[in-house]
Ligand binder design. Structure first.
Ligand SMILES: *Cc1c(COP(=O)(O)O)cnc(C)c1O
Length: 417
């Protein structure tokens, strides 16, 4: 069946025809593609068109699609059973590797998604501090749990308002929302509410509202204020974890949070999330402590094997290589008139305005220009994430042939822009 026929049927089964909303192409126009297979940096849709992928399943595929070595390990693991619902040595192997890469983690728990990791980390922080209030930042995404589908209300340093129907106002009332890159508001908020704040959660490298790169001093001040007020600092490294450095943004900035959440790369394409950090806080989690959290498929052996195989292949050479590559790809992006490409490690944001640090500084005109770029790129068989608020992800599979394909597409688009 061709893409459009599949989409017509999908609309009869699923809201918007999709299993996750941004896939519906609403913000760029047109219809989503249905993919049937993928390899390396490429995937092929049901119309038999091959695309160079710059979305890479939104981050997990740092070694490319269907990496042969990883697939072989996953296949072998599957033959021994898909799930046990009981402990297995594979959880320990992945935990050991994680502690090597992220040495400040004392204890951890595996879950099955980033959303679940964040939701559980917040519960542990609330249980530990016996406080209810949390602080988040406008422009950071932390999954879709109730407490976090909240945006700033009107005025400075306010309690939030739900961003989704179905989120009780009572949840939003427990979530404070601040702008990124606003040290004064940060000081004022902690002065007023610090001793009531259970947790402050931030993407240290905010990469879900474009790429809003923060000054180290802002994160450092947040760290100090959390320490001063006994607030649990949670770094949400679901995207930045294992991507920007072996130890994520915490390593890159030299700032240690109390808790961290991971997802995406940690499962190498299988559903895995993790929350962890200080052992006194993790000691609150059941069965050791009173904070309940559980999962039928948590620590799933196949997912653990995929995650371990992925992390084992993240060597210093891989990070160096991705860094050099990303610089080259970002420069090439900038051949398109008006496009700036803020980047860090292998994350690049194609943005039609100069770099910004705050969500409210992103201009709607810039996002409209992205939609045009998205469409032209598809015609050149380059697949960008279908929203101007999403970053591009490079992988080890984006090599010279892929670069040539990309450069040709950019030059063609630049000539007609
Ligand atoms: C993707 C993401 C999540 C949510 O993870 P899911 O696996 O989609 O639930 C949470 N936080 C950040 C920073 C993310 O990028």
């Amino acid at each position: 069946m061709p893409n459009d026929a599949l989409f017509a049927e999908a609309l009869t089964h699923f809201p918007g025809g999709v299993s996750s909303p941004v896939r519906a192409f609403k913000s760029v126009g047109g219809h989503p593609k249905f993919f049937k297979k993928a390899w390396g940096a490429w995937f092929e849709d049901e119309d038999d068109t091959r695309y160079l992928d710059l979305c890479m399943s939104w981050g997990p595929l740092i070694h490319g699609h269907a990496n042969k070595e990883i697939l072989a390990i996953v296949a072998e693991t599957m033959r021994e059973g898909l799930t046990f619902g009981a402990p297995s040595r594979r959880e320990l192997a992945l935990a050991r590797r994680i502690k090597e890469m992220v040495p400040y983690i004392e204890k951890m728990r595996f879950v099955s998604s980033g959303t679940e990791a964040v939701m559980s980390a917040l519960r542990a922080a609330r249980g530990f501090t016996k406080r209810d209030l949390i602080l988040k930042f406008d422009g950071c995404y932390h999954g879709h749990s109730d407490s976090l589908l909240v945006k700033a209300g009107s005025g400075l340093a306010t309690f939030g308002e739900p961003t989704s129907a179905g989120v009780p106002k009572a949840f939003a009332d427990l979530t404070l929302v601040l702008s990124l890159d606003d040290p004064e508001a940060l000081e004022a908020t902690f002065a007023k509410h610090g001793s009531d704040l259970a947790a402050a959660i931030i993407e240290p490298i905010p990469a879900n509202n474009g790429l809003l790169l923060q000054d180290r001093s802002f994160l450092q001040r947040l760290r100090e204020l959390c320490t001063k007020y006994g607030t649990v600092l949670i770094f949400d490294e679901v995207i930045s974890g294992f991507r920007v450095a072996p130890g994520g943004a915490a390593e890159l900035f030299g700032i240690t949070p109390d808790m961290v959440t991971f997802g995406k790369i940690i499962g190498g394409g299988m559903p895995v999330g993790l929350y962890g950090g200080r052992k006194d806080i993790m000691g609150m989690v059941s069965p050791d402590g009173p904070v309940y959290q559980a999962g039928t498929l948590s620590g799933n052996p196949v997912a653990m094997a995929a995650g371990l195989a992925t992390l084992q292949r993240l060597t210093p050479g891989v990070y160096r290589d991705l860094e050099a590559k990303s610089e080259r790809w970002a420069k090439t992006f900038e051949k398109i008139p008006g496009l700036h490409a803020p980047r860090i490690a292998s994350l690049i944001w194609p943005l039609f305005q100069p770099e910004v640090k705050r969500a409210d500084r992103v201009e709607s005109g810039a996002i409209a220009q992205f939609s045009r770029l998205h469409k032209l790129m598809l015609e050149e068989e380059v697949y960008l994430a279908p929203s101007g608020y999403e970053v591009a992800f490079l992988s080890t599979a984006h090599g010279d042939a892929e670069f040539t394909h990309f450069e040709r597409a950019v030059e063609k688009i630049a000539a007609q822009w």
